[in-house]
Design a protein around this ligand. Structure first.
Ligand code: DGP
Length: 113
């Protein structure tokens, strides 16, 4: 998907500060950080959002969480962090390639805005 910015980051044709990559998952710093640590964890496969995940995506979805856990430990925020999946424009999704926000380094309120 050449018109998808996250696909281009995954393929290395758009710049990003990548912190993790394997055959299924890529993680990179968010360009507009909302917390001292703000990483996006994305599948290498183009899936627009949670509404489009399929049963065959289940192992990859688990990998997203394992990468989040690993990065939270490496970045010393494992004692408190937030994972966010905005789904649909009404919930604030602006990039239609599935991504988990890993946010940490500050306190978070509840409920979210
Ligand atoms: P969401 O609003 O949940 O769809 O989150 C999309 C995030 O993607 C938002 O926090 C900003 C980030 N973002 C958008 N374009 C780029 C980009 O070109 N590079 C990087 N690193 N992040 C981007």
């Amino acid at each position: 998907m050449n018109d998808c910015i996250f696909c281009r980051i995954i393929q290395g044709t758009a710049p990003a500060r990548i912190v993790y990559q394997d055959d299924e998952v890529t993680a990179f710093h968010d360009i507009h950080p909302r917390a001292p640590i703000h990483i996006l964890i994305v599948p290498n496969k183009h899936i627009p959002g949670v509404n489009q995940v399929a049963p065959e995506d289940v192992p990859m979805l688990g990998r997203l969480f394992l990468v989040a856990r690993r990065l939270a430990e490496e970045m010393a925020i494992a004692d408190g962090y937030r994972l966010v999946l905005n789904t649909g424009r009404r919930a604030g999704q602006s990039v239609f390639h599935l991504h988990v926000h890993l946010l940490g380094g500050r306190s978070f309120g509840w409920p979210p805005g």
